[in-house]
Ligand binder design. Structure first.
Ligand code: FE2
Ligand code: FE2
Length: 397
């Protein structure tokens, strides 16, 4: 932790706070870190998320009363974009590069072992928790919100990996991409199906509406994915991401689909049902039409890079899954608590606290993700280290 980096983040945060009342998609705020290392890491991940978000098009669902052009030009202005671009490389080196493992092994053998491991997995631990939990809706809402940084713009990261000119596997990747975009039919676009799932749990479905609730784990997952796809040098690692993600996602979405059908029969589960089906095909396409020909052409060196990307993805997904379960378990064990979210999250929340923040003298309830509030802020000390809570704002009550 160095002072210059902390100070830079505080100054940029103050500048971007001007966008607070913008439509959600252009709300570019980051938090001011408190004295804990966990808080500084969290804010660095927020800044890295802002850097990555600045690389793709966002328009609000409803036209702003003042028109969209001034907002668009401010959000993607040269000054802001160059600040973000400068920060990005240092933040990636500090936050993401240490997660990258060493290459090694034969990618065909790796793939066989990976598929066998995914097949042999026991039931989804979060779904198993939900099945016996009280307040399932609240826990599921948090799962949807913490997954939203990537899924509400699903495949926008991987789209950045498809542009260019790199041979036949590029066209296989493009065919997967157009499935992710609903094959040109907006209602079938995966991010739109995800919006419908969120709405059916009473959540706002606009991109970036819940950014104040994203915890360090949610931001890290988003940032790992964009670290891979926003750098063309990572093309083989990107393919490793897809190799693992398409295979594993098919299984986890099938578990969620069954859970939703049984326990939330009125919820919109199409997002999960679609993936449980189509990712079987995507997984085969990556293995047969992308990995195999690229390794045949460029050799096992690139196979090693593919394995690096797959392993990075596996660890990121695993950590995120453990974390979201750990937060729900800690909340279920805490007391006194109340379940539910404030109506307007972007206005209602105040400063953040982490399990290692100085909690002395803090009053008022602390909101934990989209689950609900702890009556006593000190209770956050028993939560997983990547948890981020929010005091409710004193300004709005
Ligand atoms: Fe998808
Ligand atoms: Fe897919």
């Amino acid at each position: 932790m160095n002072f210059a980096a902390r100070q830079t983040l505080v100054e940029l945060g103050a500048r971007w706070a001007e966008a607070a009342l913008s439509p959600a998609v252009y709300d570019a705020r980051i938090d001011a870190p408190d004295a804990s290392d966990a808080s500084l890491t969290f804010v660095k991940h927020q800044a890295l998320m802002r850097a990555y978000q600045a690389r793709y098009v966002l328009l609000p669902s409803d036209p702003p009363p003042t028109g969209v052009l001034a907002l668009l030009n401010r959000h993607y202005g040269a000054d802001r974009l160059s600040n973000l671009a400068q920060l990005r490389w240092d933040l990636e080196a500090e936050l993401i590069a240490p997660l990258v493992g060493a290459p090694g092994g034969d990618v065909a053998a790796y793939t066989d072992a990976m598929l066998a491991e995914i097949d042999a997995q026991p039931t989804n631990a979060f779904v198993a928790f939900l099945e016996q939990a009280d307040h399932r809706d609240d826990h599921y809402r948090n799962f949807l919100v913490q997954s939203a940084p990537d899924l509400l713009a699903e495949a926008s990261a991987s789209a950045l990996g498809v542009v260019g000119e790199f041979g036949e596997p590029q066209s296989a990747l493009f065919r997967i991409l157009i499935d992710e975009f609903g094959y040109g039919s907006y209602p079938r676009k995966h991010s739109v199906l995800y919006r419908a799932a969120m709405r059916s749990f009473g959540l706002i479905d606009e991109y970036n509406s819940y950014w104040p609730l994203f915890d360090t784990s949610a931001l890290r997952t988003h940032n790992v994915i964009h670290y891979l796809f926003q750098n063309p040098a990572h093309i083989f690692r990107q393919i490793g991401f897809l190799l693992f993600a398409e295979a594993a996602y098919q299984r986890s979405t099938a578990a969620h689909f069954r859970y939703l059908r049984e326990f939330h029969p009125t919820a919109d589960a199409r997002y999960f049902g679609e993936h449980a089906h189509i990712d079987l095909h995507h997984s085969r396409m990556i293995i047969d039409e992308v990995v195999a020909p690229l390794v045949a052409k460029f050799g096992q060196d690139v196979g090693g890079e593919i394995i690096i990307g797959a392993e990075l993805t596996k660890h990121a997904f695993h950590a995120a899954g453990e974390h979201v379960l750990g937060v729900s378990q800690a909340f279920a064990a805490a007391g006194p608590v109340s379940y539910g979210l404030p109506d307007d999250v972007r206005r209602a929340v105040g400063r953040t606290v982490t399990p290692s923040s100085d909690l002395c003298g803090l009053g008022g309830p602390v909101l934990i993700g989209a689950i609900g509030t702890l009556a006593d802020p000190a209770m956050i000390a028993d939560f997983p280290p990547d948890t981020v809570g929010r005091l409710l704002s004193t300004e709005t009550g």
